[in-house]
Design a protein around this ligand. Sequence first.
Ligand SMILES: *[C@@H]1O[C@H](CO)[C@@H](O)[C@H](O)[C@H]1NC(C)=O
Ligand SMILES: *[C@@H]1O[C@H](CO)[C@@H](O)[C@H](O)[C@H]1NC(C)=O
Ligand SMILES: *[C@@H]1O[C@H](CO)[C@@H](O)[C@H](O)[C@H]1NC(C)=O
Ligand SMILES: *[C@@H]1O[C@H](CO)[C@@H](O)[C@H](O)[C@H]1NC(C)=O
Ligand SMILES: *[C@@H]1O[C@H](CO)[C@@H](O)[C@H](O)[C@H]1NC(C)=O
Length: 489
Amino acid sequence: MKLQTLSVLLAVAAANASKINHLHLKRQTTSSTATSATVAASSISSSTGSSAVSASATGTSTGTSTGTATGSTTSAAVPASATWGTSFPPLSQISSGMPSEVTQAVTTTYSPGATPTYFSGASPLPSAFVFVAADWPAQDKIPDTSSSEVQEWLKELDGWDIPDLSPTVDGTCVSDPANAANASARGWWTCGGWTRDTDITVCPGKPMTWGTSFDDGPAFYTTKLLHFLSEKAIKATFFDVGSRCIENPNVLRDEYMSGHEIAVHTWSHPHLTTLTNAQIVAELGWTRKAIKTIIGATPTTMRPPYGDIDDRVRAISLAMGMIPIIWTRTPSGVSFDTFDWEIPGGVVTSEASFSQFEGILGNASTLDDGFIVLEHDLYEQTVDMAIGYTLPAAMSHNPPFTLEPIGQCNGIPYTNMYVESNLNASFPVLNGTSDGGIDTDGDGSGDAKSKNGTSSAASSSNGASPQHITYTLYATLSLATLAAFVAIL
Ligand SMILES: *[C@@H]1O[C@H](CO)[C@@H](O)[C@H](O)[C@H]1NC(C)=O
Ligand SMILES: *[C@@H]1O[C@H](CO)[C@@H](O)[C@H](O)[C@H]1NC(C)=O
Ligand SMILES: *[C@@H]1O[C@H](CO)[C@@H](O)[C@H](O)[C@H]1NC(C)=O
Ligand SMILES: *[C@@H]1O[C@H](CO)[C@@H](O)[C@H](O)[C@H]1NC(C)=O
Ligand SMILES: *[C@@H]1O[C@H](CO)[C@@H](O)[C@H](O)[C@H]1NC(C)=O
């Protein structure tokens, strides 16, 4: 038995014994090594950039206003040929006013029938995607819930006890003081970082490992990022938006064929806690369908936009076969959000965003677990931040960080990242056992019934021996089982 597994077993045993974990609720924290030395984030050395301009870029003063910049500085960094892929401007020039790159990186186009070779059982690519407007909801709008598709997907909630929580006002704490005050009871991540055991928020037991991911694509600049990742042999997880998938199907196919993990990030990027159950089903269902239609595989993981999840959203996502993945928060409440998404709008400067990232690396260096960061591939600015600054900083850090997709760093094989190749009946959630099920509302008993209709709530309603699923084990552990394990050791 692996040491890590043992420590998890012991931790769960201890929690059971002292009954401190019976609520299954925790504020998102990550164990940290209190005495770890603080390692200052490394400066970016010009050798880490692949760009011809990186040498001059690094010396550029950070105070330069770029609001009125002409195309000259940036275009100088971009070769005229369409074969460029990984050049980036000086940090100070990454801003809301930066000139757009005019050439587009070449997306590798894969033929129908092409099959990923990096895991067995992978579905081959379907025929080339042809967009037919009538087949899809309007882009970037919450899909209509009366469609036959959504009505069909709603049946996936049958047999699950979806917590009866009223939608939040707008997904923010400030607009919703009543729900914010009750955030721990509803497991609302947004207001205080509340999570459940089923959420993935770290890379358990893998210090100095960055579970790397990008949100909101596939988009125009994603291809530039893919070129960089390929050049550096980095694999990542892409949380894709359905509305973007049908726009950029070949970019999505490139992500998948290149060995990156594909996950659901909703159709229109709403705050999911504000929606009705049916709307949440529609947001997840249409995105899942878009991805399946384009790459032939159905994701088993998702990320709620803005991290806005509570027990209702969580239960719906799990009932639909998708495990929620958020990003790391430290014990002291530092959220690993780079705020790169606020650079295009001019709310945050590139310098501030990068400084935030250096703080993230500093904090990450003290953690016993690996970590997950919020970054985006939607905008030119966010892609340039990633390929020019954040990814190189992690790679050149001393000691360096290991970069892995989030599934990998959680011990989830590629096969389990997709319904079609997943052969494990216990993944993504347990079902089919008489007492299986998961506690999504934190009352200590398994709310979710098995998919074949076996109720789990009744069998564990006393809460004395709740069924635990941890993100590490995804296994039910009774005290007796634990005692047996511990006795063996
Ligand atoms: C707080 O949340 C719990 C669980 O969702 C719910 O039962 C309770 O009614 C809520 N309390 C208030 C005051 O909203
Ligand atoms: C952790 O992050 C906070 C907030 O960004 C920052 O102030 C602090 O310096 C960081 N800690 C380390 C060790 O880098
Ligand atoms: C559900 O599945 C379990 C395990 O396979 C089985 O024992 C049980 O009889 C099933 N229940 C129903 C209602 O089919
Ligand atoms: C779990 O549920 C899935 C989907 O409903 C079903 O295909 C599978 O057979 C179930 N597993 C068990 C062990 O009942
Ligand atoms: C099935 O998945 C569970 C949860 O991730 C894992 O604990 C178990 O080892 C897996 N079983 C196999 C045979 O891979």
